[in-house]
Design a protein around this ligand. Structure first.
Ligand code: FES
Length: 152
């Protein structure tokens, strides 16, 4: 990976890709989704501020642990003047996302534990298949359409 001299304050999309490890197409996607920003040169080429590197690192770290892009965008939008996330920002946000991750891990563990019943089955029953209906909280309380009865 080539080093970028300190005096260079803006990066081309290729430099940003090489330094961040994100594909150029991913960077274009992040930009289209409003997660990163660039300015255009007179030749209509993108230039990214050097701090975009940290922003991309933040996005990729969050994606790696399964945080949806919409949630990442909301988190970045909360930062004052859309500044680049600091170490403290990451610590605060990752703490807030921990519960969400714990829930997802618990759900995946449940799915894994019940997967054996599904292998070779294929029924995808809403009544008995945990893959087909993993969060059937109402079903645990009683069978049938409880919501319909409650609305009457
Ligand atoms: S596919 Fe039949 S129980 Fe899941």
């Amino acid at each position: 990976m080539s080093r970028i001299p300190e005096k260079i304050h803006e990066l081309t999309v290729g430099q940003l890709s090489a330094r961040s490890g994100a594909a150029v197409s991913a960077l274009h996607f992040y930009e289209a989704k409003g997660l990163i920003h660039s300015r255009r040169t007179s030749g209509n080429q993108r230039r990214y501020g050097r701090d975009t590197l940290r922003r991309v690192a933040f996005i990729r770290a969050a994606q790696r642990v399964g945080i949806p892009l919409a949630t990442i965008r909301e988190a970045l939008a909360e930062l004052p003047e859309e500044r680049t996330p600091t170490r403290e920002d990451w610590a605060r946000l990752s703490e807030a996302w921990r519960t969400e991750l714990d829930d997802r891990i618990a759900q995946l563990n449940r799915l894994r534990d019940h997967l054996t019943d599904c292998i070779g089955c294929g029924c995808l029953s809403l009544k008995s298949c945990v893959l087909s209906n993993p969060d059937d909280a109402l079903g645990e309380q009683q069978s049938g359409s409880r919501l319909m009865r409650e609305r009457r």
